[in-house]
Write a protein that binds this ligand. Sequence first.
Ligand SMILES: [Zn+2]
Ligand SMILES: [Zn+2]
Length: 119
Amino acid sequence: MNLSTHFKRSEFACKCGCGFSDINQHLIDVLEDVRGHFNAPVIINSGCRCEHHNRAVGGKPHSQHVLGNAADIRVKNVSPEQVANYLESKYTDKFGIGRYRAFTHIDVRETTARWGTNG
Ligand SMILES: [Zn+2]
Ligand SMILES: [Zn+2]
């Protein structure tokens, strides 16, 4: 089932196989914007996580992934740093953006959060 032009619900399903794939549509809009900005495929490393799977992968107890608000993404041929830079410039004082060496975390929480470095 397609959520949007470039994203399918299955891409966001919990990796444990439980079937949890209730991803926030607002996040999909953000990811479509990222795809359009870089004109490159966006790969979803991790989307929805049930409580059990979130614990298994060492996620924070109240992770936005458990709420279906978050995705860890890579953009083909674009560094995670560039992706994070773009998101932070586009969504000033909004959302959660986490910098990791191999991917960028983005979530559509109501508050603002920033963490991690690409150094
Ligand atoms: Zn699960
Ligand atoms: Zn994440």
